[in-house]
Design a protein around this ligand. Structure first.
Ligand code: VGL
Ligand code: ZN
Length: 206
């Protein structure tokens, strides 16, 4: 079974948000086309949400870290982020123009560790229910879209490959933070090198 995996399409990563991703408004239409297509075909749809307590230590202000710089959090390299996607706030809500989908995975919920991947936290200490739910629904092939290409999309895709999924990354449905100018391009190259198929929405024929 095919699965559509929509990564972190939340207000804080969209225009005007706390961790705004440039051109994020361009991903809405392709993602909605895919949601319609998957709904019509009876294929599986699930989304991840970045969902942090306000005390989360990945926030620069909670760790004395300069925004955008790298530090260390409990022995793991950590980029210090602005406060974003605080649980139950507007910034953490899914963008209102994204069509409804039911299945959601919440990540980044533990104060002491960040979680870019929808499957595991950054230390691979704990897993979410994502793999379990996909297995229960016989999903073996994932189409991945969302924000941000160079963080949560990338780490979700690499873990999905590791777990044995066939993975397609739909490029029109992804945009990156690009702290360094080429980060999104490098992330897509890296995902391809590890076995993902980077495709255009036009290549999808089902
Ligand atoms: C993300 C940085 C911090 C993402 C989440 O969704 O890519 N990036 N938290
Ligand atoms: Zn986050």
């Amino acid at each position: 079974m095919k699965g559509l995996l929509i990564v972190d399409m939340q207000n804080d990563f969209c225009a005007g948000g706390a961790l705004e991703v440039k051109e994020s408004e361009h991903v809405i239409e392709p993602i909605n086309k895919l949601i319609e297509k998957f709904n019509k075909n009876g294929d599986f749809i699930i989304g991840t949400l970045d969902w942090h307590p306000k005390e989360h230590k990945s926030f620069g202000e909670n760790s004395n870290g300069e925004i955008g710089k790298i530090g260390e959090l409990n022995g793991i390299p950590q980029i210090w982020w602005p406060v974003h996607c605080v649980e139950n706030t507007f910034g953490a809500q899914i963008h209102k123009e994204i069509l409804f989908f039911e299945n959601k995975i919440y990540k980044g919920t533990s104060i002491e560790i960040d979680s870019y991947s929808g499957f595991f936290d950054n230390g691979r200490l704990k897993s979410t229910n994502l793999h379990k739910i996909l297995c229960e629904n016989n999903v073996d092939t994932l189409y991945v879209v969302g924000l941000a290409t160079d963080y949560c999309v990338k780490f979700t895709v690499l873990d999905a490959i590791d777990l044995g999924y066939k993975v397609y990354v739909v490029k029109e449905g992804c945009r990156g933070v690009n702290i360094n100018e080429n980060d999104s391009i490098l992330a897509l190259e890296n995902m391809e090198k590890m076995g993902a198929h980077v495709i255009s929405i036009k290549d999808i024929k089902f």
